[in-house]
Design a protein around this ligand. Structure first.
Ligand SMILES: [Zn+2]
Length: 107
């Protein structure tokens, strides 16, 4: 497990943000194609779908973030969030786990 859940969440968040930007750009591009109804409705439709899609993924990410467990990192003593039983510290990248069998082991 090289990629922690936190990093995956950040990646998904960046992707959602990117699709919002692309969605707005497509709708904006549609202004230049007002002569063709087909291209205009196509661009607006795709742009709208991208914005709706990223809104939904932001919503799902928000639910996951709410479920996160806040623990104190044993290494740097700062509070960090855990998304699964095994995760990395946000500040120092130290492995943290709630499963006793994994203590002190390289995961
Ligand atoms: Zn730490």
């Amino acid at each position: 497990m090289n990629l922690s859940f936190k990093k995956r969440i950040n990646k998904l968040r960046n992707l959602s943000l990117l699709s919002i930007v692309i969605g707005f750009l497509l709708i904006y591009l549609g202004i230049f194609f007002t002569s063709s109804m087909l291209i205009l409705s196509f661009l607006t439709g795709i742009g709208f779908l991208l914005i709706i899609g990223s809104t939904i993924s932001f919503f799902i990410l928000g639910i996951y973030e709410g479920k996160a467990l806040t623990v104190k990192c044993p290494h740097c003593r700062k509070p960090t969030k855990m998304y699964k039983k095994i995760d990395y510290c946000m500040h120092c990248n130290e492995h943290i786990t709630t499963v006793p069998e994994y203590h002190g082991k390289e995961i």
